[in-house]
Design a protein around this ligand. Structure first.
Ligand code: SAM
Ligand code: SF4
Ligand code: SF4
Length: 388
């Protein structure tokens, strides 16, 4: 049998070993990293597989039939994920986001949702439990997810024109089925926050200059006044396979300028510290934000770094903890989970990792201090592996 070649892009074999500190770090919910940033948001990747091949994320040429996806035994089980999530909550996490790959491809995902929905903060509050999906399987799964305790979904949708959408997902998937998924999610009430307050479904659109700029206005027309928030994401230099070029990035400021040719917009205050999106409200004839028309968001990860408030940690499909979307290595928590480490030690190890965190990739790139193809230490991990 021919030897299997692991492509250069595969960073999964490299891992940092967590240290269990000599003195236990109590879960006070007040943990700060090396730059004083709290830990509030845990993104959990439940699969590295996807039924789409968006070329900015999983280009077909790399993610083909020969790609070495993780075997099932490598994946964290639902029990392992819930155990870790519980420990992260003790250190201050208030929001859990399930992602991937395509999270709805993970079998029986609603069982994991039900387990995570039982978790409470040290103050006894439920968590904000959300999921990011491409929407292809949402119509089928929305009710079960809602019944299991999921609060909200974010649906990624890069255009309304069927031809553009089929080209972007690169598997010829029709846009109508994603729109059905969004309708189903709304119908079952997947648009509330952890406290049960209305907090609309979010729609994420990655803007690539050469591909879908002509979809910006149609998308805004479609979602304005629906209670759903459309957010435009700058195409990022995440991973090492998408052939990213600055020329393909349409800066958020240009997106806002384009929207304002048709809709008056006014800037809104951030709704939470560490929020990634800059908010703009649709204004009425008096130039005042009209909540009935809703809002749009722009996520400017390339042109405007927001590292100083970054309170997000990412758990990969196989249990590695990543401190930044642009990290080259993660800390192997699965090894601790599977070698009999006690919860107090595991919890202290997580705290110790966070306390040492200095990551601020976008800020450094913005200051011209990084090579954008690599940070110098190695190749960046793929978005489909650690989740968005
Ligand atoms: N498959 C799910 C989906 O598409 O929503 C969840 C995983 S996907 C990696 C999470 C988010 O990352 C999506 O909203 C996607 O559009 C975004 N994303 C992926 N690659 C990106 C890139 N190069 N630049 C900006 N956003 C990207
Ligand atoms: Fe799949 Fe989401 Fe990546 Fe598109 S962005 S390839 S849907 S994981
Ligand atoms: Fe957070 Fe890293 Fe993104 Fe900065 S570059 S906002 S540290 S994930």
């Amino acid at each position: 049998m021919a030897e299997r070649i692991i492509p250069l892009v595969d960073q999964r074999l490299k891992a940092l070993q967590p240290t269990i500190p000599a003195r236990a770090v109590s879960p006070t919910g007040l943990l700060g990293d090396g730059l004083g940033r709290p830990l509030r948001d845990l993104r959990i990747s439940v699969t590295d597989r996807c039924n789409f091949r968006c070329n900015y994320c999983m280009p077909k040429e790399v993610f083909n039939a020969d790609y070495p996806y993780l075997p099932h035994s490598a994946l964290l089980s639902f029990e392992e994920i819930t155990r870790l999530a519980h420990l992260f909550v003790g250190h201050g996490v208030k929001k859990l986001r399930l992602t991937g790959g395509e999270p709805l491809l993970r079998k029986n995902l609603e069982i994991l949702v039900a387990q995570l929905a039982q978790l409470r903060t040290p103050e006894g509050a439920p968590l904000d439990l959300t999921l990011t999906t491409n929407g292809a399987l949402l119509a089928r799964k929305a009710q079960a997810l809602k019944d299991a305790g999921l609060n909200r979904v974010t649906v990624s949708l890069d255009g309304l024109d069927d031809a553009v959408f089929r080209r972007m997902n690169d598997v010829d998937f029709p846009v109508a089925e994603v729109l059905e998924g969004i309708d189903a999610a709304r119908a079952v009430g997947l648009g509330v926050d952890g406290q049960g307050r209305p907090s609309g479904i979010k729609i994420n659109m990655v803007v690539k200059r050469t591909t879908n700029v002509d979809q910006i206005l149609p998308m805004a027309r479609h979602f304005r006044g629906t209670g759903m928030t459309l957010r435009f994401i700058e195409y990022m230099d995440v991973g090492s396979t998408n052939g990213w070029r600055m020329d393909d990035v349409l800066p958020s400021a240009d997106v806002i300028r384009l929207l304002q040719t048709e809709f008056p917009l006014v800037p809104l205050e951030p709704s939470a510290p560490g929020e990634t999106a800059e908010r703009w409200g649709y204004a009425n004839a008096q130039g005042v934000h009209d909540p009935a028309l809703g809002e749009v968001g722009v996520i400017s990860s390339v042109t405007q770094a927001f590292c100083q408030d970054c309170n997000r940690a990412r758990l990969s499909t196989e249990g590695k903890l990543y401190l930044c979307l642009f990290a080259t290595q993660g800390y192997d928590l699965r090894e601790l989970l599977r070698n009999g480490t006690a919860d107090t030690d595991l919890s202290s190890a997580i705290a110790h990792i966070w306390q040492g965190r200095q990551d601020r990739y976008s800020e450094l790139r913005g200051q011209g201090l990084l090579d954008t193809a690599s940070d110098g230490a190695g190749r960046k991990v793929e978005m489909s592996y650690i989740g968005g």
